[in-house]
Design a protein around this ligand. Structure first.
Ligand code: CMC
Length: 429
């Protein structure tokens, strides 16, 4: 039993239990703080708040550790693939052959979207942001498959396997269709003979009479990129999914909210922002040297820094290597990639970035990999969402299965006007 924490407030002492995680993370359990003392804890940005106890993903940002269900990301990147790791993230353990075959079949069988959903996607203007279309379509899954989205926790859990496969598979289908709409192209029907990633590339890039030809290195890079994004504990979008789920909302409504949370440039939008930044640097005639100086006085070097990783981002190490291999294999000559390499080297040797623990994060390289795969920049955050879907779904399930789950409801410290009277319209200036 760990020792309780003692807090002295207004000359009174209060004791609070402490909690230890399996990797020795320590927390003070302040759940009774307000009821016993009248105070609440204040932690804007939640940098110090454990919002839940979870069994899915472990991160130690100080030393660059990321594990899904206990297994290091390095091992999964080398030996597993996106769907096998997704199964483990969802259900807790690596699947045996029968379970894996059944899961792959379920993903394949749930890949085609309802024709109504295909038609709805066609109704979006061709200049729509694909993230906006994806969020709308995931939310609309509760209309196309209402039996999987009842907002009755017991029923939704009964149908969880089907709902999870639908969310993972149809995120990829909706993403590819969204891309085709923005290009003014007809959608491609899924090809059930292909793997998850090759089918995605086919749905994106096949043309009438000219099927997309998979290049093994491209397929592997895409699968790796998805696997590396599959979960990342209580980040902004996953916390959003849990928040929505805590109110009892169905899986599709919860993950649709995750898409909205992921969209911003400080989170999933960073991979797109990296490429935008590289293109702007190129257009200005800079090789990155001028930009590095500007990033020390206000501008953000996109793809650098992380709220949790303060040493290195283990995903960045893996994808950085894969990025090099891919570019060499495809023999790509892209000035933006030269600028990226220059920025990376300059920042890693510069005291401003070193002293603030600013290292390349996964998005610095994933943007470059996606560009090399021929995926346009406005689809990058959508690609992140396809990868993150298993993590969101697993977090929804953890909430739904929690026997004592309460609605998530933070408090605030009110700093607005003190009590004042209503002023009639005619008396206002
Ligand atoms: N470029 C230049 N300076 C930076 C950067 C950057 N990318 N990131 C942080 N800083 C500076 C910041 O100005 C501050 O300096 P000072 O102490 O002099 O005021 C210091 O470093 C600490 O910054 P912070 O904003 O307090 O750090 P944070 O932990 O709140 O922010 C972050 C983390 C990821 C939002 C931020 O580093 C950032 O905006 N990076 C660029 C966007 C990006 O790549 N986001 C993707 C994150 S990885 C994907 C994901 O998991 O969602």
């Amino acid at each position: 039993m760990s020792k309780p924490a003692v807090l002295k407030l207004d000359d009174k002492e209060f004791e609070f239990p402490t909690i230890e995680g399996v990797e020795d993370e320590k927390a003070v359990d302040f759940r009774t703080l307000r009821s016993v003392s009248g105070y609440v804890s204040f932690d804007e940005g939640y940098g110090n708040t454990g919002s839940c106890q979870s069994e899915i993903t472990f991160i130690d940002g100080e030393i660059g550790i990321l594990r899904y269900r206990g297994i290091p990301i390095e091992q999964l990147a080398e030996k597993s693939d996106f769907l096998e790791s997704s199964y483990m993230i969802l259900y807790g353990d690596l699947p045996n052959q029968t379970q894996l075959d059944a899961f792959r079949a379920s993903i394949r069988d749930n890949t085609p979207v309802s024709p109504l959903m295909g038609a709805a996607l066609k109704g979006f203007p061709s200049d729509s942001p694909p993230m906006g279309m994806l969020g709308a379509m995931l939310s609309a899954l509760s209309c196309y498959s209402p039996e999987l989205a009842t907002n009755d926790r017991a029923k939704d859990l009964e149908n969880f396997d089907q709902a999870a496969s639908t969310a993972i598979a149809q995120t990829a289908t909706a993403a590819a269709l969204a891309y085709r709409v923005t290009k003014g192209l007809e959608g491609n029907q899924p090809d059930p003979s292909l793997s998850f990633h090759d089918n995605f590339l086919h749905m994106m890039f096949s043309e009438p009479g000219k099927a997309y030809e998979a290049i093994p290195e491209v397929s592997r890079a895409l699968d790796l990129m998805l696997l590396l994004h599959a979960d990342h504990e209580q980040n902004c979008s996953t916390s959003t999914v849990r928040m929505v789920a805590s109110g009892g909302a169905n899986l599709f409504a919860s993950v649709a909210a995750g898409v909205g949370a992921l969209w911003g440039p400080a989170h999933g939008g960073a991979n797109m922002a990296v490429i935008k930044m590289l293109e702007e640097i190129k257009a200005s005639g800079d090789d990155g040297s001028k930009f590095i100086e500007e990033a020390k006085s206000g501008k953000r070097l996109m793809g650098f820094g992380h709220r949790v990783y303060k040493n290195f981002d283990p995903r960045a190490k893996i994808i950085g290597q894969a990025c090099d291999n891919l570019l060499n294999k495809l023999d790509i000559d892209d000035p933006c990639l030269d600028i990226a390499r220059h920025l990376e080297q300059a920042a890693l040797a510069d005291d401003y970035f070193i002293s603030r623990n600013l290292y390349p994060n996964v998005d610095f390289y994933s943007g470059i990999v996606l560009r090399a795969l021929g995926i346009p920049a406005d689809m990058f955050t959508v690609m992140f969402a396809i990868g993150r879907m298993p993590g969101w779904v697993a977090n929804w399930r953890e909430i739904a299965m929690h026997p004592k789950m309460k609605i998530n409801r933070p408090r605030q410290i009110y700093q607005g006007p003190a009590l004042r009277d209503y002023v009639p319209l005619e008396s206002r200036t």
